[in-house]
Write a protein of this length. Structure first.
Length: 276
């Protein structure tokens, strides 16, 4: 089961999140037939997205993270919501490497206009990229360490991460404690494989967490699309335009990249749609 633990540590001056997203990443691998670097890239982004979704406050809250290659030929995108329904996809040159390009984060907490942050990709790991993003775009000192460990047959053996964020007024001593502790998570997937998220809390932060302030959430790979939602997408095209497409192509087809599902509507479906 996927887990996201959230707590305050070091005199409640540092926010700690510990994630085990192994099952989530395995679902993504199966849905998109991912291997190697593409599985690791999407798995890391899904883990970060699970963390950021866990920080949303509004019932309408949502977050999306997109990386694009310098030449524009590749991209990877993930999104999540307040219910921790996480989904994503990767295509083009991003299936092979992540080097250069841009990162864009859109956060909508349902209150005002969405926050949009962007930065150039200066590293070749999601951990480095997201650490830079929080520093440059949100100006919040944040240490991000996420990872995916694959077996020889491509199954995800372990995935997850540890994220520590300094709160306003954090003392120098507690900054140093957080920085020193993060050194234990250079290979986060192996740590998650060995200890699990529960074990990380017990082994590395024993005595630092008030049990009453420890929260457990369960992110999962769930796409929010449905046939009914897709009907709402195609309706604005109008009855005649949709019938013309059916005449030319045999049906109207809409593909959801997140869950790799095709929704098709033939002529009878279109007529029924406008007779409702």
């Amino acid at each position: 089961m996927n887990k996201l633990f959230k707590a305050l540590v070091y005199d409640k001056q540092v926010s700690l999140s510990v994630l085990d997203t192994t099952d989530l990443v395995n679902k993504a691998i199966k849905i998109h037939s991912l291997t190697g670097n593409s599985a690791r890239l999407l798995g890391d982004l899904l883990t970060v997205c699970a963390y950021m979704s866990g920080c949303l406050k509004s019932e309408k809250g949502a977050v999306s993270i997109t990386v694009k290659s310098p030449d524009g030929d590749g991209s990877a995108s993930v999104s999540g919501d307040i219910d921790l329904h996480i989904r994503g996809y990767v295509d083009g040159s991003c299936r092979h490497t992540l080097k250069g390009g841009t990162l864009t984060v859109i956060k909508d907490d349902g209150f005002f206009r969405p926050f949009v942050g962007a930065c150039e990709i200066g590293g070749d790991s999601v951990s480095r990229i997201m650490t830079d993003y929080f520093h440059q775009s949100e100006q919040i000192p944040t240490a991000v360490s996420v990872g995916v460990k694959l077996s020889e047959d491509g199954t995800c053996l372990a995935a997850g991460g540890i994220i520590m964020q300094l709160l306003p007024g954090t003392s120098r001593a507690n900054m140093d404690r957080a920085e020193e502790r993060m050194q234990a998570f250079i290979d986060p997937a192996s740590v998650i494989e060995q200890y699990g998220a529960d074990g990380v809390i017990r082994h590395f932060f024993e005595g630092e967490i008030d049990e009453k302030g420890l929260y457990l959430l369960h992110p999962d790979y769930i796409c929010n699309c449905s046939r009914k939602k897709i009907e709402g997408v195609i309706l604005p095209l109008g009855k005649q335009e949709l019938l013309n497409i059916c005449e030319e192509q045999g049906n109207v087809s809409v593909h959801c990249h997140y869950c790799n599902t095709d929704y098709t509507f033939d002529k009878d479906d279109i007529l029924k749609l406008f007779d409702k």
